[in-house]
Design a protein around this ligand. Structure first.
Ligand SMILES: [Zn+2]
Length: 86
């Protein structure tokens, strides 16, 4: 399975509806799908979501790593500032 590294959610990045999934067991991915990629933690490389398609890994999908506590989001999701520019 090809791996894609996620990125950390930035400080002040706008909270999106839907919570952050917490990985309870570091040895078990929070999500399992039938897609092409494993998504791994940016900090420690732990697998957070297994066999997922990129289309599913939207900004709603955030995972707190069970090993290092980093909150990860797909690296393809752009950083959204908390406030709109005036
Ligand atoms: Zn981690």
């Amino acid at each position: 399975m090809e791996q894609r590294v996620m990125r950390a959610v930035q400080e002040g990045e706008v909270p999106i509806d839907g919570g952050t999934a917490v990985q309870q067991d570091p040895d078990r991915p929070v999500f399992r799908g039938n897609g092409a990629y494993d998504y791994v933690c940016v900090s420690c490389g732990n697998v957070l979501a297994s066999a997922m398609d990129p289309e599913y890994m939207t900004r709603r999908v955030r995972v707190r790593c069970g090993r290092c506590r980093t909150v990860n989001i797909s690296a393809e999701v752009p950083v959204t500032p908390a406030r709109r520019p005036r």
